[in-house]
Write a protein that binds this ligand. Structure first.
Ligand SMILES: [Zn+2]
Ligand SMILES: [Zn+2]
Ligand SMILES: [Zn+2]
Length: 107
């Protein structure tokens, strides 16, 4: 009765991570916003109250960024909003959820 040994070699996961390289600083421009809190739980910004500049030349949102720069390495997105001031509350769903809600009903 010969038992074949199980091959316990670790499975090599081939998941290539697509994200921000760890060498880059995570500081980004942030916004302070005012917005609407929807019944679905989402907050949708309607107005920018203040912009917090990260002062990085590699961030397209920063005033330090050269306007003639065409580099794809530069950050093009704002970081998460620094503050969210709810100016209005509604029981309705936000535009995105309303779309899916209606889409699931109409068949
Ligand atoms: Zn920035
Ligand atoms: Zn740039
Ligand atoms: Zn929503």
């Amino acid at each position: 009765m010969a038992r074949s040994q199980f091959d316990n070699s670790p499975v090599s996961t081939n998941s290539s991570r697509t994200g921000v390289p760890p060498s880059l600083p995570t500081a980004m421009c942030n916004l302070e916003t005012e917005g609407i809190k929807y019944g679905c739980g989402h907050y949708v910004a309607t107005r920018t109250v203040n912009k917090i500049d990260c002062m990085r030349p590699t961030c397209t949102k920063s005033v330090r960024h050269p306007s003639n720069c065409r580099s794809s390495e530069c950050a093009i997105y704002y970081g998460p909003a620094r503050s969210e001031t709810i100016t209005h509350r509604t029981n309705e769903f936000c535009e995105h959820c309303d779309y899916w809600f209606k889409g699931s009903r109409v068949r």
